[in-house]
Design a protein around this ligand. Structure first.
Ligand code: ZN
Length: 476
């Protein structure tokens, strides 16, 4: 079993987020706790685990014996994890604790079912607990049904709504819930979680290594525990040190670089592609190894395109583009054997790819093939134009940077496309974005993207902004 599941916190004390632990102890020390909770925050912070703990806290049989009106101690609040209720909730077989994933079919059937059955008393538990994951994904119809239920909940019902996007939830719902915000974990909280696992698994790991893993986890327990598990499999029973973590990290790094590399092709950013090859060569990573991993990734994406692979990541590269890239890099891979400069075949492959798009300046391309002109020193024609016409000054530059940053959260590919585009103009109510490629203009002009851009621009500007995409005139 993977660590993240195996070491799901089972009681309040095991929750790694201190603020949430304290909140739970405080709320459930009284008998009149809220009947609806809203858990918000990024993925991987244990919202569902916390919801299941609540289900146990209110249903634990041990607690039934208590008749006190005074506040319960932390120990008394804690579920026993041994009684029938606790055990069946932990293994997901308790028929009074229902988990609904609103993301899977937008919850229509489940909420209808919920409305019909909620009036019925629980079968064996004290409280019927409804855990609704990704609640913002519910359809309007399902939302309204939920609202009706929340307005007049029967005494035996308790709701835990979870969401990664609380702003999408109607005020009428949030106002009826006790809201708990799950923030990214601190370094100490992450280390606490890792130590809890390391202790049980008898993993030999030093404090420095734990700190290094915490640094790589980006505040997510799930990610951190995953990294710990991967490193453990690499360590072959030896004590895990900071060096082990770093070794693992460099492999992770290659995966990130591959994504960056693919992004360069998606956005036709030849310069970035060349820069990256130079960077990898300089860092001492075997380029053949990198190329191999890159080709494997393309292969997966290609299979994903035809639907025989469950590769989740999407690419804006077409099937023929993927094929072309695979051919180019396969050839480059074979040519490295005869190449004086090891990165040359890969640079050639990138340039060949680039030539498909920019055929207007042959001389430029030929210049760049010469090996003595090393990577990264040449200026892309597009960039040169920018330098001649410095339109972006101060505030606008910051604005544009922020737009790209926020669009990352929306879609990485689009953010990449934006990086290759310019903020052409910003008037009172209109942001004009300029791109050099027709394909990019089409991409950015897609309704969904345009709406997201307008939303982001309006947010940053603090007022309603419209967005227009224009194509840069050739030769300007
Ligand atoms: Zn119990």
């Amino acid at each position: 079993m993977v660590f993240y599941r195996k070491y799901r916190p089972q009681k309040i004390e095991e929750l790694d987020n201190e603020k949430i632990r304290e909140t739970f102890y405080r709320i459930f020390a009284n008998e009149n706790y809220p009947h609806a909770f809203l858990f918000s925050g990024p993925k991987g912070l244990g919202k569902t685990s916390a919801a299941r703990i609540i289900a146990k806290v209110v249903n634990c049989e041990r607690k039934a014996k208590r008749t006190t009106k005074s506040k319960l101690s932390k120990n008394q609040v804690e579920p026993c994890s041994k009684c029938n209720q606790c055990v069946s909730i932990a293994n997901g077989t308790n028929i009074d604790v229902l988990e609904i994933d609103a993301a899977s079919n937008r919850g229509i059937d489940e909420i209808r079912d919920l409305r019909e059955k909620i009036k019925l008393s629980p079968a064996s538990a004290r409280k019927k607990v409804y855990i609704i994951d990704e609640v913002h994904m519910l359809t309007t119809e399902a939302f309204n049904a939920l609202l009706k239920t929340l307005e007049e909940p029967p005494n035996h019902a308790l709701f835990v709504l979870c969401t990664t996007e609380p702003h999408k939830i109607l005020q009428t719902i949030t106002s009826r819930c006790f809201q708990i915000n799950f923030k990214k974990a601190t370094r100490e909280e992450l280390i606490r979680a890792f130590e809890r696992i390391a202790k049980v698994e008898k993993i030999k790991i030093d404090k420095e290594a734990l700190e290094a893993i915490a640094g790589l986890s980006d505040g997510s327990f799930r990610d951190g525990v995953k990294i710990l598990e991967e490193i453990l499999s690499l360590s072959l029973g030896k004590k895990i040190t900071k060096e082990t973590v770093e070794k693992k990290h460099s492999i992770t790094n290659i995966n990130l670089q591959i994504l960056e590399f693919i992004n360069a092709f998606e956005t036709q950013d030849i310069k970035s592609g060349l820069n990256l090859i130079g960077k990898i060569a300089d860092s001492g990573v075997d380029l053949k190894f990198f190329a191999q991993a890159f080709i494997e990734k393309l292969h997966k994406l290609l299979l994903g395109k035809v639907g025989i692979n469950d590769e989740k990541e999407e690419t804006s590269l077409s099937m023929s583009e993927l094929k072309e890239l695979m051919e180019l890099f396969n050839r480059a891979y074979l040519e490295t054997r005869y190449s004086v400069i090891v990165q040359l075949p890969f640079e050639m492959a990138i340039i060949n790819w680039g030539e498909r798009e920019m055929s207007n300046d042959k001389q430029e391309t030929e210049d760049r093939i010469k090996p003595e002109q090393t990577v990264g020193k040449k200026t892309e024609p597009k960039k040169a134009i920018e330098h001649q016409q410095p339109r972006l000054l101060g505030k606008n530059e910051a604005f544009w940077g922020e737009v790209i940053e926020r669009m990352k959260g929306h879609n990485h590919t689009i953010a990449g496309v934006l990086r290759g585009a310019n903020l052409h103009d910003m008037e009172k109510k209109m942001v004009t974005i300029e791109t050099g490629y027709k394909f990019h203009k089409e991409k950015l002009s897609e309704l969904k993207t345009l709406q997201a851009l307008e939303e982001v621009c309006s947010q940053i500007a603090g007022k309603k902004m419209a967005v227009s995409i224009i194509l840069k005139q050739k030769g300007r």
